[in-house]
Design a protein around this ligand. Sequence first.
Ligand SMILES: C[S@@+](CC[C@H](N)C(=O)[O-])C[C@H]1O[C@@H](n2cnc3c(N)ncnc32)[C@H](O)[C@@H]1O
Ligand code: SF4
Length: 399
Amino acid sequence: MNFDFHSPLPLALYAHIPWCVRKCPYCDFNSHEKSGALPEDAYVDALIADLEQDLPRVWGRRVTSVFIGGGTPSLFSPEAIDRLLAAVRARLICQPDMEITLEANPGTVEAGRFAEFRAAGVNRLSIGVQSFDDDKLKALGRIHGRDQAIRAAEQAHAAGFKTFNLDLMHGLPGQDLAQAMADLELAMSLKPTHLSWYQLTLEPNTVFAKRPPVLPEDEVLWDIQEAGWAKMAENGYAQYEVSAFAQEGHHCRHNANYWSFGDYLGIGAGAHGKLTDLQYQRAYRTTKKKNPKDYLDPAKPFLAEEVDIAPREMPFEFMLNALRLNAGLPISLYSERSGLPLAGIAPVLSKARDKGLLDADPSLIKPTETGHRFLNDLLELFLPDNLPKSRIIPIAPAR
Ligand SMILES: C[S@@+](CC[C@H](N)C(=O)[O-])C[C@H]1O[C@@H](n2cnc3c(N)ncnc32)[C@H](O)[C@@H]1O
Ligand code: SF4
């Protein structure tokens, strides 16, 4: 593989906190219902040790964003988050204006806590609202109600967060168009700078997969999507990715790095990383021990798996990310970030352009409006013969 040595890849850091108050029936993230007090100190120690073991992999590189995700990171105390961020700053070269996001559940934020997270260095919150409809929240097994969700957004403003995201889901059990729009309208009235708007999917190995709720018909889902996109555009939330909408200048830098095939270190139970080793000309993925007990066991290594990204899978991996972005990416980034010559995908790019799925501008890899609407068909063109179609999951939330 020939990597471009002149283009240092941006580097992000993801830290996973794997506990929640209760496991939601739709959720397949690595999250575990907490029982009793959380081993907060031991876990932060483990995150720091995990980071230290990964340092030689990223020596000298600059970190552009940190994302503390879960699970429910807002279950951890501001002191624990402060200790983690101080350790990150002491060990990595951090961009001065680095974006630092923390995921928060409205059911876990008593007054004053957001301000303390901010004092610890967090400068962006991502609040898991999902819906403002109490019946829907109950059906989703959420631990919070409408009022707590509203209060969480108000507290984010009061604590001085200049940028924060609300996570909403649509296509909920029994949801109609009016209910989905009411959720969006209320969300926008709370003036977040960013909205993540996911269509509920039934994921394998979840309670919903075993006992599926009745979801809206496809036509209703289509109407919700079209109306939602229009409503957010009218209100100044520009769609820049399949499920991400932001006011001017407020896109999530951390997620944009995933979608532009940048590198990221993943620390914490079950965390994924993707790294490019320029010296040995390889790109690989890492996964840390998934079970929190194993992860915390000092006798066991943090790393569970490390696999090279095969060059033949690289074009699909790149497109799986890049094509999520409405504005697409400069075509030069393909070779810079995959290490592969553009000539290898030139025939598929022309085919996609001929079908009207990719923009005709030769300097970009950018889906057309049709390509955006039929993203699965577009992605399929880049799928190597032996990979199953199940690899195409464009609406899944970023991890
Ligand atoms: C990793 S979760 C973390 C957020 C936080 N734990 C919470 O739920 O409040 C990130 C987001 O993914 C979305 N999500 C999780 N499972 C989903 C599913 N099955 N379908 C669609 N969106 C999902 C939810 O909007 C959730 O807020
Ligand atoms: S959706 Fe969020 S709160 Fe619910 S189980 Fe998953 S990570 Fe935990």
